[in-house]
Design a protein. Structure first.
Lengths: 170, 88
């Protein structure tokens, strides 16, 4: 797995309607959860708190972005799009594990202090999700050579096989 | 009615913020974590604590934990194998 990086320029790839869809989906999921809680009680409504509202929208958008990027380079890009969406789904599985940690931590701490409950539960989600991600990257093996995961390993410098132009024999 | 408008706006903002954060991160397998971020939970629990108190919110999160642990136990073997392949 390559090192983690952040590129704000990725936001420019998204269209306005895509962000609008996410906003509407997120809002609709929250309203739906509230409706279920008020009609069926807190215990039934709580089941819908773990609704992966972002994942539904982001998986399809990631596929579209990858296909668009590859088509600009003159390639088909469908396979690349599917692979990117599959990787996103693999990460979402680990995020779901973190969600369990969030729920348990919030339940245990909310009676003492509400702000502390939100902070510790969010931290629990982040720690468990990232730990799961690091563990999964360590367990994963290269499909070609069977080498273990490369999360912490530095990439080796590429050696040039062809002689450089300025090193020609006079 | 006002409650549901507030729910819609808060939910929309929190979900959009997490998804934009996920968009900016590389690699995609790590960014996928934000696809399952507790965005709906944060928005709903904030409103639940304000309107119904901490006991109500605690009951909701226990139900959330129960639902989540059940889905993880049923999807566990599949998740393990797909993660190992996906993170290679």
């Amino acid at each position: 797995m390559s090192p983690i990086s952040m590129s704000p320029s990725s936001l420019k790839e998204g269209r306005l309607y895509e962000y609008l869809i996410r906003f509407v989906l997120g809002g609709a999921a929250t309203v739906f959860t509230g409706l279920v809680s008020s009609r069926c009680g807190a215990s039934i409504g709580g089941l819908f708190l773990a609704l992966p509202a972002i994942f539904c929208a982001s998986a399809t958008l990631i596929e579209k972005h990858e296909i668009r990027r590859k088509r600009e380079a003159g390639l088909d890009g469908r396979r690349r799009g599917e692979e990117a969406a599959a990787l996103d789904a693999a990460g979402a599985v680990l995020g779901a594990l973190g969600m369990l940690a969030f729920a348990v931590t919030f339940s245990l701490t909310v009676q003492d202090s509400v702000p502390a409950a939100f902070i510790t539960a969010s931290l629990a989600w982040a720690v468990v999700s990232i730990a799961g991600c690091v563990y999964a990257a360590g367990c994963a093996r290269c499909a070609d050579c069977g080498a273990p995961g490369t999360w912490f390993r530095r990439s080796r410098p590429v050696r040039r096989k062809t002689p450089r132009a300025n090193s020609a024999v006079f | 009615m006002t409650e549901y408008v507030v729910r819609f706006l808060v939910g929309g903002v929190v979900v959009s913020a997490f998804s934009m954060l996920g968009d900016m991160l590389r690699p995609k397998s790590f960014a996928g974590l934000f696809g399952a971020a507790p965005s709906v939970a944060l928005a709903t629990l904030g409103i639940a604590v304000y309107m119904h108190g901490t006991g109500y919110a605690a009951r909701q999160t226990w139900a959330m934990a129960a639902g989540r642990s059940h889905s993880l136990s049923t999807a566990g073997p599949f998740a393990t194998s797909s993660c190992a392949r996906g993170f290679g």
